[in-house]
Design a binder for this molecule. Structure first.
Ligand SMILES: Nc1ncnc2c1ncn2[C@@H]1O[C@H](COP(=O)(O)OP(=O)(O)OP(=O)(O)O)[C@@H](O)[C@H]1O
Ligand SMILES: [Mg+2]
Length: 410
């Protein structure tokens, strides 16, 4: 047998450490969510009219919580089990999950709801409101009730006209018939909704479920459960899970983010498998945690190919964010910082429109996020943020690249 054949054979016959690697992927919905039981109970109690007195009210609940606190998983798992139970009891209740990051207009949201419910609503020729009316007619005909989850709702709220948000938040306000649509709004925090008019905001804030970042003990339980499904027995020991939970737990200075913790576990498993090891060791966990700032790794490709002035603008954003300690900065302030950085490097600053274009291109590449400010700010402006880190590592990398670029005279 040739060497290559032998290598392929050998690699294929290696036993895997994973019983189910897919179960650690972000899109996998687990069967239970340790430490979110009371939140599931709250959701059930908010929506129990759907099996006690369907149509009597249209419920709205807002789930808020930071990144990786389980908002999406909580809503989906609740929706899945609740509708299944309701159907078993003979009630026609469905759950649809709409991502407002992908569907940012009222039209797209309503179209997506209709599509998921498999209602034959034409995609052309109707306005958003006409489509909504058609949806209501179908639901009446089918005697069906729906829980609509609007995930990443703050995207829709910040980008749409307030009457669109108003329309969703206050549907049925003066409606006499059977109220068939209920909402779960999901957002990262209430400040993102603060620019709504007070009445609409009041509607959204009436029933709030707040998810706190996970502590290391909670993450430890979550990892124990998820690891028992993902790996074969004997592949990991508790020390490994504890190390990840301690790194990420909010009480130990971490972000309390379950997604990070699960990513670290998956990566540690992959590293162990690549090493041909039979078990995941603490060293695999260390390596996994060290490379977890892989956003920086992934943006470094783009940075390598950026023009000098694009890099100077990026440096301005990083410096401003670090100095001010806030989450996002105004484009006007970025431009001012950029001009003083140009002065330092002896470069002639580019014009406003060009700076704006650089920021858009950095944003398209996912290096920064740029979005219009909400109404709370004086005047409309573009806000820029960087949602990963650490920023000092990123800054060093950008400064190094600028230095090289200038040495080469590019
Ligand atoms: N209590 C839990 N038990 C088990 N797995 C959990 C738990 N909480 C979160 N997870 C898992 O952690 C990951 C992140 O959760 P999820 O996507 O629901 O967070 P999120 O709050 O929606 O985050 P984002 O703000 O980024 O949208 C998912 O893979 C989810 O299955
Ligand atoms: Mg989510």
């Amino acid at each position: 047998m040739s060497d290559t054949w032998r290598i392929v054979e050998e690699e294929l016959s290696k036993p895997s450490l994973f019983r189910s690697r897919e179960s650690l992927m972000p899109e996998h919905l687990p069967d239970k969510l340790p430490h979110r039981e009371s939140e599931i109970r709250s959701l059930v109690s908010y929506f129990k009219h759907l099996v006690h007195d369907p149509g009597s009210i249209s419920q709205r609940v807002l789930i808020i919580g930071g990144v990786g606190t389980g908002k999406t998983a909580l809503s989906k798992l609740f929706g899945k089990i609740f509708t299944r139970t309701a159907r078993e009891k003979g009630y026609n209740v469905s759950y649809v999950h709409v991502n407002c990051h992908r569907n940012r207009t009222l039209y797209n949201i309503i179209y997506d709801i209709a599509r998921q419910l498999a209602l034959p609503i034409p995609s052309r020729g109707l306005s958003a409101k006409e489509m909504f009316d058609a949806l209501l007619v179908f639901l009446d005909e089918l005697d069906q009730y729906v829980i609509v989850a609007l995930d990443e709702f703050h995207y829709f709220a910040s980008l749409s006209q307030s009457d669109a948000v108003y329309f969703l938040a206050r549907t049925y306000e003066a409606y006499e018939g059977s109220k068939r649509i209920n909402f779960v709004f999901i957002a990262s925090d209430t400040s993102k909704l603060a620019f709504l008019d007070p009445v609409t905001e009041g509607y959204l804030l009436r029933h709030v479920i707040k998810l706190l970042p996970y502590t290391s003990t909670q993450l430890h339980d979550i990892l124990k459960y998820r690891a028992s499904i993902a790996f074969f027995e004997g592949v990991y020991d508790d020390e490994v899970l504890k190390a990840i939970a301690d790194y990420e737990g909010v009480d130990k200075g971490g972000g309390g983010n379950a997604r990070h913790a699960l990513e670290a576990l998956l990566l540690a498993g992959d590293l162990a498998e690549k090493d041909g090891a039979r078990r995941i060791t603490i060293e695999h966990v260390r390596r996994s945690l060290a490379s977890l700032s892989r956003e920086i790794v992934s943006v470094s490709e783009f940075i390598k190919h950026s023009s000098l002035h694009e890099l100077l603008v990026l440096l301005a954003i990083i410096k401003l964010l670090r100095r001010s300690g806030v989450r996002e900065v105004r484009i006007g302030d970025v431009e001012e910082e950029y001009r003083s950085i140009c002065e330092y490097y002896g470069e002639i600053p580019r014009k406003h429109t060009q700076v704006y274009e650089y920021i858009q291109s950095l944003s398209r590449a996912g290096v920064v996020s740029a979005h219009p400010s909400g109404r709370g700010h004086r005047g409309r402006s573009t806000m820029v943020s960087i949602d990963y880190g650490p920023l000092d590592v990123l800054e060093n990398y950008v400064v190094e690249t600028i230095k090289k670029r200038r040495e080469l005279g590019l």
